[in-house]
Design a protein around this ligand. Structure first.
Ligand SMILES: NC(=O)c1ccc[n+]([C@@H]2O[C@H](COP(=O)([O-])OP(=O)(O)OC[C@H]3O[C@@H](n4cnc5c(N)ncnc54)[C@H](O)[C@@H]3O)[C@@H](O)[C@H]2O)c1
Length: 429
């Protein structure tokens, strides 16, 4: 890679910031990483990786010399013109995005004709315009603004950074947009160079569309349960149509994670605040909420009242290959089961530490079979590979009851049944 790559700063070293920093370091940039979380910065300086993300540790290690970590902005401002912002934008109680961390960053950057904010955080459409207005009002219009939304997926974030489907750069045509395009050029991804508002909307609309696809197939699954069709077969038949595609057509217990729920909500609120009632997204959210509860119905149908019953949760993270528990379906399921008086045992290969801070009254097991011991039923919540490879004869011997609810339609139903267990998928025959 070229040695004379543009140095950059990355503000916020979470899932997006850390991967972005490591990725651009891999492409040859010196990267100044800034985070207000002093403990996180200390760990990163020691060479520890605070999150679980496949391939990230190796990428950071390989590029250690190009990566600099600090809780202050001074070095970043000295060395870099492009300030990538990757701070969190969690939902507020109203469903709008909480932009306080973004504002804190903007407030901390002094007047400058040399720097540009490059927004990686997912923000509502119109945020760039309103931040630019604020900067103008404060006499800091020299600071350029570029929207560069991020599309990486936790669990495959490193690969997604290095092989993106597309790069979206929204700006007003100044030097900073060109510099961002230049930075991404070695990845040879299709480029969408557009205005700030459209770039912001590409991100929100993409996530809302994917969430809609999930809720759609979940509703098809629910109709399949009433009509005797099998949603896995239906999705296969649909997905082979190029216009539809097979991705995001896996029926299950609904979407979670740090992005889909909040981004769908944020787009719905944004539309509402602008005077438009986004009918479709209301349904997408509602279907997703109800989908998690359908698992409870399946358990009740087989076990009767759940009070005193022992239910094993296989997987806790919102999806495999991450330790991220934000908006994980397991949180809703566990809370519902506890409200019904059930006992819960659970196993997740990497999310236990995060889960322990969010879930009380649960027995965390060291391995899957320990979670399954004496369980009346088990629910596959996160389709980690190791659950797909379970020895179902062993499982049958370990459990007290026989019910396996496959919340992700990921298990081999025949193998489960061959072990004498009862298999219940989502929308499956
Ligand atoms: N996680 C994903 O899969 C993903 C994908 C695409 C886009 N996004 C978006 O990217 C943004 C970041 O998401 P994330 O998952 O990386 O969040 P995260 O919570 O993992 O990381 C955010 C980091 O920002 C730091 N921070 C907060 N305020 C700060 C400040 N004022 N100065 C410096 N650092 C600060 C926090 O300490 C934290 O380390 C969000 O807007 C999210 O919607 C996330």
């Amino acid at each position: 890679m070229s040695a004379a790559r543009e140095p950059i700063a990355v503000i916020g070293t979470g899932y997006v910031g850390l991967v972005t920093a490591a990725g651009f370091a891999e492409l040859g940039s010196e990267v100044w990483c800034v985070d207000i979380d002093a403990e996180k910065i200390e760990r990163l300086e020691r060479g520890e990786v605070p999150i679980y993300e496949p391939g990230l540790e190796e990428l950071l290690e390989r590029n250690r010399e190009r990566l600099h970590f600090s809780t202050g902005l001074a070095d970043a401002l000295d060395h870099a013109r492009l300030l990538f912002v990757a701070v969190g934008t969690p939902p507020t109680y109203s469903g709008d995005a909480d932009l306080s961390a973004v504002h804190a960053v903007v407030d901390a950057i002094p007047a400058s004709d040399r720097h540009a904010l490059v927004m990686k955080s997912t923000v509502p459409c119109g945020t760039g315009a309103s931040l630019q207005r604020v900067l103008r009002e404060r006499g800091r219009e020299g600071l350029q603004y570029v929207s560069c939304p991020e599309f990486l997926k936790e669990g495959s974030a490193v690969k997604d950074f290095l092989h993106p489907d597309r790069v979206v750069v929204g700006d007003d045509g100044g030097w900073a947009g060109d510099a961002v395009v230049e930075l991404y050029a070695p990845l040879q991804a299709p480029l969408v160079r557009t205005d700030v508002a459209s770039a912001e909307m590409v991100k929100l609309a993409s996530n809302a569309f994917l969430a809609t696809k999930i809720s759609f197939i979940n509703e098809i699954a629910n109709v399949c349960e009433e009509t005797g069709a099998d949603v896995v077969e239906v999705a296969r038949g649909m997905g082979l149509d190029d216009r539809i595609g097979s991705k995001f057509l896996q029926a299950g217990i609904g979407f979670g994670g740090s992005c889909f729920p909040k981004d769908v909500d944020a787009l719905k609120q944004l539309a509402g605040n602008s005077g438009y009632h986004f009918q479709l997204l209301n349904s997408v959210i509602q279907v997703n909420d109800l989908q998690k509860r359908r698992v409870i119905g399946k358990l009740q149908r087989h076990l009767g009242p759940l009070a005193g019953r022992r239910v094993a949760l296989l997987g806790l993270a919102f999806k495999p290959n991450t330790d991220d528990m934000r908006e994980a379906s397991s949180l809703v399921l566990a809370a519902r089961l506890q409200a019904d008086g059930a006992q819960i045992s659970a196993y997740d290969p990497v999310a236990e530490e995060q889960a322990r801070t969010l879930m009380g009254g649960i027995e965390f097991a060291e391995e899957p079979l320990a979670a399954l011991r004496d369980a009346d039923a088990a629910v596959l919540v996160t389709e980690w590979q190791q659950f797909l490879e379970l020895d179902w004869d062993e499982v049958a011997k370990t459990m007290r009851g026989t019910l396996i609810v496959d919340g992700r339609n990921a298990l081999d139903a025949d193998a489960v049944r061959a072990a004498g267990l009862a298999y219940e998928g989502i929308g499956r025959r």
